[in-house]
Ligand binder design. Sequence first.
Ligand code: SF4
Ligand code: SF4
Length: 124
Amino acid sequence: MAAASLAGKPRKVIPKILAVIHADGCTGCEACVEVCPVECIYKVPGEEHSSLQTWCDIDLDRCIGCKHCAQVCPWDAIDMVDTLDAAQHVALKGGPPEYVEKHWDDLVDAAQRNAEGLLAKKKK
Ligand code: SF4
Ligand code: SF4
């Protein structure tokens, strides 16, 4: 099965588009987790009530931009965005007030790193 063969393997190229989950619109239903072929979507526990307030987020260093997650999200909480603009989208993804700030390195810096990697590749 494709999902099993891609899961856990390093990405070969940086995709032109990346998936960004808007935490405020995500219910944590995990429909996206089920279809991601590289298993790069993870559940984020709520800070105050870990089992009640959950949502999902994406490891952008592993996302291959396949759109499967966005196609199945019942709440339209996933946008496919241009990799070059991803950091801006991630910085505005919502969630608890300090969520993005607290995880800036893993979220916004990761998006920016993807953009810079893609740009560097274009210049070659
Ligand atoms: S776009 Fe594809 S690889 Fe990226 S998070 Fe969604 S399902 Fe996973
Ligand atoms: S499918 Fe949509 S609502 Fe469900 S966990 Fe994924 S992003 Fe959140």
